[in-house]
Design a protein around this ligand. Structure first.
Ligand code: HEC
Length: 105
């Protein structure tokens, strides 16, 4: 069955890339961190402290995780909307990641 072969391939490739990722010591294999680095760090910085084009410091943010999800989905002024670019699951992950910056203070 072609479908079974396809599923097998996908599982195999995912599993394999997981193993190779984990063996690269020091490099991030954390999905939300990668999403953040690729989509948010440009303005917010790797540690959430950068303030490009008026971005707020994520370390000083006071809004809730649900509010972050809405903001990331829909954008706000200089901040772009991500609902066309990221899946709901990815927005959820990256919002959780953005939320935890304030704990690092
Ligand atoms: C093009 C630059 C840019 C990118 C890319 C960007 N942001 Fe923003 N972000 C902003 C700006 C500007 C604001 C301030 C919006 C305002 O209040 O006018 C902001 C505000 C925020 C806030 C609210 C902070 C607070 O408490 O007021 C959060 C949380 C946030 N961004 C998370 C993210 C996440 C997560 C991503 C990636 C998915 C992201 N941002 C990508 C520019 C950006």
């Amino acid at each position: 069955m072609a479908l079974k072969t396809l599923i097998f391939c996908v599982v195999f490739v995912l599993g394999f890339s997981l193993i190779t990722c984990q063996s690269e010591k020091g490099k991030s294999n954390n999905k939300e961190e990668i999403i953040f680095q690729q989509n948010c760090a440009l303005c917010h910085g790797l540690n959430g402290e950068k303030q490009l084009s008026g971005a707020k410091k994520l370390t000083e943010s006071v809004i809730s995780k649900d509010e972050i999800k809405v903001l990331v989905s829909n954008g706000m002024r200089q901040m772009p909307a991500f609902k066309e670019r990221l899946t709901e699951k990815e927005i959820d992950l990256v919002s959780t990641y953005a939320f935890q910056f304030r704990d690092h203070k």
